[in-house]
Ligand binder design. Sequence first.
Ligand SMILES: Nc1ncnc2c1ncn2[C@@H]1O[C@H](COP(=O)(O)OP(=O)(O)OP(=O)(O)O)[C@@H](O)[C@H]1O
Ligand SMILES: [Mg+2]
Length: 382
Amino acid sequence: MQDGPHPSREDSLAQQAPQVDQARPRPEPEIAVRLEGVAKRFGDVAAVEHVDLEIRQGEFFSLLGPSGSGKTTCLRMIAGFEAPTEGRIWLGGQDVTRLAPYERDVNTVFQDYALFPHMTVAENVEYGLRVKRVPREDRVNRAAEALRMVRLEGFDQRKPAQLSGGQRQRVALARALVNRPKVLLLDEPLGALDLKLRQAMQIELKEIQQEVGLTFVYVTHDQEEALTMSDRIAVMNLGRIEQVGTPAGVYEQPATSFVAGFVGVSNVLSGDAAKAVTGSAQAFTVRPEKIRMVEPETAAGPNECTATGHVREVVYLGAHTRYVVSLDSGGELVVVQQNLATSSMEALQVRGRAVRLVWDRQLNRAVEEGSDAGIDEEGGST
Ligand SMILES: Nc1ncnc2c1ncn2[C@@H]1O[C@H](COP(=O)(O)OP(=O)(O)OP(=O)(O)O)[C@@H](O)[C@H]1O
Ligand SMILES: [Mg+2]
């Protein structure tokens, strides 16, 4: 149960795959958050269905999934804003299922920050301490310390309207950190920022988390964000967790076709198309950057898989080019190649050409074919 709710699935993968992701920390880490058979229904809507989860002390843990997959509902149940319909929630060894939000040692940072516009930055950060009647001097010191952590010294007398989006986001973070919660819950906190600022804040948030050593539970629908920041990721789909693992684990060894497609490009062959390549109808995935595209007459090595086809689509992306190849034996695969010496003209001229794809047999990952609801197939393959 250490690494997620599907031990049998992990076992079966472990037999097929070289181990890149099985290093277990010793001694046993303390569990900061535990969800046990948690479900949440709103009338007829099953928002969350039977989630089992253990989040370790000091971990940066992400809940990743498409819109409506139940991420926010899970977070709100951990915070205490929603009561689970079934199951139990534990924080640091205490059953908090029936406790009110203020009785739990957690704080939440919401996407819209919810800063008080009429208060200064310092007053916003001190607010939670004032409510708890912390003495003034202590309050001022702790707020200054929290603002230092988020690198906002010298901004304490500004109003929120006088800050950039990224600075406002950091005030919201300082306001949560000042309470020194055991667990910080963050619901798409970078969603309102533009791409460049979001990428800069991803790195900063991760640094702050490591500096303060808090447990972060981070909700996002952005796979790149989850891969960049997390120690471990739970991939959610339709109210369930499909896989829990490290970023490399869920990317390199997706357990289901949904995970393969949501965390990366959906390169799944199944049925006859799989049989033509591997000799077995078992569905498998192979990551686009692992595949070489060569002339059709090139021979493949003994430990390599190979398939011939035609380049249906070419997308030139600057640093690399993405090719969609229709296989002669059915199905299609996406290939990504770095543009080491290739210009956009050369890349685009490949469209329509007959090619052979070659990759190391060991890089195939067997996947379960589950429900693919939530995957935008076109978006995933172009
Ligand atoms: N208060 C509510 N009443 C009824 N249905 C709800 C309520 N809250 C959430 N839901 C439903 O539960 C499902 C999960 O919602 P949730 O907000 O947890 O998704 P999410 O993964 O956070 O999505 P997003 O990425 O869009 O924020 C959705 O189908 C949603 O419509
Ligand atoms: Mg949400």
